[in-house]
Design a protein around this ligand. Structure first.
Ligand SMILES: *Cc1c(COP(=O)(O)O)cnc(C)c1O
Length: 295
């Protein structure tokens, strides 16, 4: 259960809609079915910081379907560290598959009302001072530095464009930090109207990179965070059938759709080489009826 596949593939996308362009997918989803590729990278330095500071418990925040929550539970289990997950909303009648997984991995789940959840500081004050807190979604400098290692461990130097999904933007900041000056990094926001995303990303970058052009698209959220209308599900099925790429309902299906749409709108030129970062998240599909997806 805790075995990681460090043999990450770069898969060439063979689809009718690529117009013969070079489009590849970095399959970080294959790192592990539970700890999505990008979460592993984003949390690694936090774990190391804890070990150095001799801290025994990691605490964090998230919703019932949060990939971040389950990733923290996984990483802590992997490193023999205790974890606490502060979950938004009262204890439900039925736990989500994500929370069941986190619980099985040993996370101490603490449910707080939506109102109380707003005040993270107050919640933290109720716990022991020695707890190492990681922000909701893992937004942090250490997370950015960890995500930069995606491009250290996987050679992407041949690509003109690197494209990823954005929640907090931490991963995109890491990709920008490590990308070559000639490369363009593109982010697809999965939230509706997240106007703070650009400044959130810039805040994680060092001063020397503060004039970096941040290329974001905000129109591929399919109705909002975690919304998955039938058109998105159909797209996920078609993508799987044609290209053998499994995607999740929150991030990567929307990312891949954006790539297709941008190609169709001639955003890229025929010479461009595009690397899509498949950041994982497939565990989130467990919240769907098991017959819905063919993978
Ligand atoms: C968390 C997550 C993201 C978003 O990462 P950020 O660094 O918060 O932008 C993207 N893809 C998947 C699969 C995720 O689980």
């Amino acid at each position: 259960m805790l075995h990681l596949n460090k043999d990450i593939r770069i898969q060439t996308l063979r689809a009718s809609w690529t117009k013969g362009m070079a489009v590849d997918v970095l399959r970080l989803d294959e790192l592990h079915p539970v700890v999505s590729g990008n979460k592993w990278y984003k949390l690694k330095y936090h774990i190391e910081a804890m070990i150095i500071q001799d801290r025994e418990v990691m605490g964090t925040f998230g919703g019932a379907y949060s990939n971040h929550i389950v990733a923290v539970a996984f990483m802590c289990r992997f490193y023999g560290i205790k974890s606490i997950g502060i979950i938004r909303g009262e204890l439900p009648q039925r736990l989500s598959p994500t929370l069941i997984q986190a619980y099985k991995l040993g996370m101490d789940l603490q449910f707080v009302s939506r109102t109380a959840y707003q005040n993270k500081k107050e919640i933290q004050d109720r716990f022991d001072k020695s707890i190492y807190w990681v922000r909701e979604g893992g937004y942090s400098l250490l997370g950015m530095l960890g995500a930069a290692n995606i491009l250290k461990e996987n050679d992407a130097s041949q690509y003109s464009h690197i494209i990823c999904a954005c929640g907090t933007g931490t991963m995109m900041a890491g990709l920008l930090f490590r990308a070559l000056p000639t490369q363009q990094v593109i982010g697809i926001s999965v939230l509706k109207n997240n106007t703070a995303l650009e400044s959130d990303i810039l805040r994680l970058l060092p001063k020397e990179l503060s004039d970096t052009k941040i290329t974001l698209f905000h129109d591929y959220h399919f109705g909002g965070y975690a919304k998955h209308p039938p058109a998105l599900i159909e797209w996920m099925k078609a993508l799987w059938q044609e290209c053998n790429v499994p995607t999740d309902i929150v991030y990567t299906s929307k990312l891949l759709f954006a790539v297709k749409d941008l190609i169709e709108k001639n955003y890229f030129t025929a010479k461009d080489k595009v690397l899509i970062v498949h950041s994982g998240g497939l565990q989130g599909n467990r919240s769907l009826d098991p017959h819905i997806l063919p993978f």
